[in-house]
Design a protein around this ligand. Sequence first.
Ligand code: H2B
Length: 101
Amino acid sequence: MSVPELGAAEIQQLLSQHPAWQLAREGKAITRTFTFKDFSEAWGFMSRVALLADGQDHHPEWFNVYNRVEVTLTTHDAGDSGGLSQRDAKLARAIDGIVAH
Ligand code: H2B
């Protein structure tokens, strides 16, 4: 089922509210890299994000090497061929909340 894609003004708002995230994939995604003390900390973060994301039925694309986790958020169901939606804004907010504590 299709989800509304964010407009230009909504994307700017998302980026200003989440300054650590960057636009990727020609405006169709946002990405943020997290660096932790070691693999255990990185995996702990991934475990928390996984449960949170599954609860939102919205799942990150990510890449992990040792203490680094690169997270990309995009909505496959947005618009005609995927893009950013409020689901990404909501998950970015929740992920930022995890690392803020
Ligand atoms: N995650 C992401 N990132 N984008 C989606 O469009 C998406 C998802 N859709 N998780 C959900 C699951 C959908 O496939 C299920 C059926 O609700």
